[in-house]
Design a protein around this ligand. Structure first.
Ligand SMILES: Cc1cc2nc3c(=O)[nH]c(=O)nc-3n(C[C@H](O)[C@H](O)[C@H](O)COP(=O)(O)O)c2cc1C
Length: 174
């Protein structure tokens, strides 16, 4: 798939068909994620792929932002202890979430290229999701990504450039 088509065509999907996503396809998404850049190539992200329906239901009960019934939920986590060790406070509070977001976008685009639907979810209870996933101390879920075969094709929400893009200096017209 053409990169521009993937970037523009990807949508947040919140309705899924009741069909499994093969494990090797899920692994392919993670592979795309780990090829994202990370600060100092720290790679402190950790990914937990959940496909067991009961566990997904448990995650849903503590995740108001998770809509629909996806075949899989991928928790993009960070080893904040490792991030702190490598980059101090900046590493833990800034670089770690940025790295997680970059890996997540790669994952979303790779999924779209395979015909899968995804949605990024930040609206969830971190502690409760951590417990459901058995995350050890220091490993924090940053984002959830629902993954499944799309049952909807929502229109693209508009993007505005006005007042957001400047050439050379802020408020400059170039
Ligand atoms: C950091 C982040 C958090 C988000 N959290 C949620 C969420 O909790 N629930 C949800 O349904 N969508 C969530 N979204 C999806 C956005 O609503 C969506 O990306 C935006 O409306 C643009 O639509 P599009 O992804 O189809 O282009 C989130 C997106 C981002 C980047």
């Amino acid at each position: 798939m053409d990169l521009q088509d993937a970037i523009r065509g990807r949508r947040s999907i919140r309705a899924f068909r009741n069909e499994e996503v093969p494990r090797d396809l899920l692994a392919q998404l993670i592979e795309a994620a780990i090829w994202a850049p990370s600060a100092s190539n720290a790679q402190t992200w950790r990914f937990v792929i959940v496909t067991e329906p009961k566990r997904i239901r448990s995650i849903k009960t503590v995740s108001p932002g998770l809509l629909g019934d996806p075949a899989a939920v991928i928790a993009v986590c960070q080893d904040l202890a490792a991030a702190r060790e490598r980059g101090g406070t900046l590493g833990e509070t800034f670089l770690a979430p940025v790295d997680a977001a970059m890996a997540t976008e790669n994952l979303l685009l790779a999924a779209y290229a395979e015909g899968l639907g995804t949605c990024v979810i930040a609206s969830f209870h971190r502690g409760a999701v951590g417990r459901v996933l058995g995350l050890p101390e220091g490993i924090e879920p940053m984002l959830l990504v629902s993954v499944g075969w799309p049952a909807e094709a929502p229109p693209a929400p508009s993007r505005s450039r006005e007042g957001r893009v400047f050439f050379e200096v802020y408020n400059g017209s170039g």
